[in-house]
Design a binder for this molecule. Structure first.
Ligand code: GLU
Length: 609
């Protein structure tokens, strides 16, 4: 959520390069608009510069895929702690001609030599301390998938070359953006680990401190990297010279002399990079209230978990319920779906994931019977049996759950970073794309002279090896994600496209926003702004304070208890940062972003109504 100089006039761009004491006053972050309605295409992202980059591509005749790549690359400049070519993500695409939804799994993978006890400290025999030690290490760096995802999407459905799609972001990196309080705060919060790594301290802590609010942050090294990739293509990254630089820094992280952090070396090799492939996957699909809801299949748990929860909620007819009854149902359905996520979802290349059954209406209906309309179940609830044999609700079903051999004992260690964007073009194509480097600031390891940070995505594997755990570490495997880029079709045409960051709260944020919009009479902006709560099969519900203030007392009568998501005023107090599009009757598009969370997002359309 940094800010942009991109939409300034040429004259103002010159000003942006001057010191903040220039006569015209310091450069200002652009004004962000969380809602826009119009025609000709739309973009919504967390960042005004990135949204402007995508809209520019659309205005010049590019399509939704071109705009998505341009927006994502710009986020690599202005949101370098959440997104970039050092990470991975999941790309969902609706093709207006074929009415088909396709997806790309661009998840990071584990190196071929990663041992199953990689997260255990050999000195103690115990798991490494998660933050900052494991997070700030080469061990957590997965083979990045983002660049290959952009290339694959452009080749399959785009009209621009990779080089042309990266140009607006390269120009932005050269020009710089105006530092806002979010970028400054994120840098401050990472100062200890950024100052442990020489190239990271050099780039992101100029003069030893976080760039000040109102100054212009430039990243000419990233500009050069983007231009070089545009000219040379993928091979330099996936196994060539740039790949060798990346593996060198993972194998031998360039620590500063004064740091006390261990910054353990990792396992990535140029052979791993050469082997990396983004995977085309069949999307998940569930039918909800006459609509088709498409999501991301495993290796993400987003599509199966959002989809299962919708199938659980379908028989409960949320439209007809009181608000507390609705919220109780939403929380209980989410807990049940999270139990099944933990028990069954991992990388389908390594474990057998019952994706079809998890997203079947029969399984959802069976699980739905286990919700007591008057009482919250004791958490964690056990996993169900997605075995194709489902029972209708029997009297008393709510109290007769099967004991589960594999309740989820693992703590939630997913990051709270990441970024989501949505684009649409004048032809009706739509993209819903979530990308990440995992933790805010990823592994903290910047590739020297290249302007981007490597991910710490492998921390999304379970920390301790358990052969029954579908998300156990295995070489070459993709760690389970919660990323949930979603596209909803009505009669084969887009109605909604949305997604969010937020680790495992991504799933609940997408689910809550969908039900707010589809069942509870809220507009999309209202559904996004509404207070959030996240029940991920834990004893207490994680919630924003505004949710607890508004609904806590009513939901306490069902037995729900609440834990605030984070300290008041901190970024952790917020859940998610959702970006969405709604396709209105008559052909207009409503682009919507967060009004306030994470500093607010930026929605735009090509021709405002
Ligand atoms: N690594 C997380 C996932 O793939 C996303 C991290 C985040 O949203 O901060 O589910």
């Amino acid at each position: 959520m940094k800010k942009l100089v991109a939409s300034l006039s040429a004259g103002a761009l010159v000003l942006a390069g001057l010191s903040s004491s220039a006569a015209a006053g310091p450069p200002q972050p652009p004004v962000k608009t969380p809602t826009a309605i119009g025609f000709g295409g739309a973009v919504s992202s967390v960042d005004a510069d990135a949204t402007a980059a995508g809209l520019g591509v659309l205005r010049r005749g590019g399509n939704a895929v071109d705009a998505a790549v341009a927006t994502a690359a710009a986020l690599g400049v202005t949101e370098p702690y959440s997104a970039g070519i050092g990470g991975g993500g999941y790309f969902v695409y609706y093709n207006a001609k074929s009415h088909k939804v396709s997806t790309i799994d661009g998840r990071e993978t584990a190196p071929a030599t990663m041992p199953s006890d990689a997260f255990i400290d050999p000195a103690t025999g115990k798991p490494y301390n998660f933050t900052p030690e494991l997070v700030t290490s080469g061990v957590s760096v997965g083979i990045p998938g983002t660049l290959a995802t952009w290339d694959s999407a452009l080749r399959q459905w785009g009209s621009l070359s990779l080089g042309n799609a990266l140009t607006p972001a390269a120009d932005l990196a050269d020009r710089g953006f105006v530092v806002d309080s979010t970028f400054n705060l994120q840098t401050q919060e990472n100062k200890a680990r950024f100052s442990a790594i020489v190239p990271t301290a050099k780039l992101f802590l100029p003069g030893g401190d976080a760039p000040k609010v109102g100054t212009v942050f430039k990243n000419p090294e990233l500009a050069d990297t983007y231009r070089m990739l545009g000219k040379k293509g993928l091979s330099t990254f996936y196994g060539g010279a740039l790949g060798a630089e990346m593996t060198a820094v993972v194998k031998n992280p360039p620590k500063t002399a004064t740091t006390t952090l261990p910054v353990m070396p990792g396992y990535m090799t140029t052979g791993d990079l050469k082997k990396y492939k983004p995977l085309d996957r069949v999307p998940t699909k569930v039918r909800y209230d006459g609509l088709d809801v498409y999501g991301m299949a495993p290796s993400s748990s987003g599509g199966t978990t959002v989809g299962e929860a919708l199938n659980i909620l379908q028989p409960l007819h949320l439209k007809q319920l009181s608000t507390p009854q609705y919220l109780h149902s939403y929380l209980e359905a989410s807990a049940l779906a999270f139990a099944d996520r933990a028990a069954y979802v991992g990388d389908p290349g390594f474990v057998k994931v019952p994706t079809k059954e998890l997203t079947s209406s029969g399984f959802g209906a069976e699980r739905s019977c286990q919700i007591d309309p008057a009482k919250a179940a004791v958490k964690p609830v056990p996993a169900g049996s997605p075995d194709g044999k489902y029972q209708h609700c029997a009297k008393g079903a709510a109290t007769t759950q099967r004991p589960d051999p594999r309740p989820d004992p693992r703590p939630d260690t997913e990051g709270k970073s990441t970024t989501h964007l949505v684009t649409a073009d004048k032809w009706g194509n739509v993209v819903s794309y979530t990308l990440t480097i995992e933790q805010t600031g990823g592994s903290g390891i910047t590739v020297p002279g290249r302007g981007f940070i490597l991910n710490n995505e492998l921390t999304d594997f379970s920390g301790v090896y358990d052969p029954a755990d579908p998300n156990r570490i295995q070489p070459g495997k993709r760690p389970r994600s919660s990323i949930s880029p979603t596209i909803v079709l009505r009669s084969g045409k887009p109605l909604l496209a949305l997604g969010s960051p937020g680790g495992s709260t991504i799933i609940t944020t997408v689910l809550q926003t969908l039900t707010n919009r589809l069942d509870r009479g809220m507009t999309l902006p209202e559904a996004i702004a509404a207070p959030r709560a996240s029940q991920r099969n834990t004893a207490s519900v994680t919630a924003e304070q505004s949710f607890i203030d508004k609904y806590g007392a009513a939901l306490a009568t069902y037995g729900h208890t609440f834990t605030p998501a984070g300290a008041p005023g901190s970024s952790a107090a917020e859940i998610g940062a959702l970006e969405g599009l709604e396709f209105l009757p008559g052909g207009a598009i409503l682009a919507a972003a967060e009004p306030t969370r994470r500093g607010g997002g930026s929605a735009g359309v090509v021709w405002p109504r």
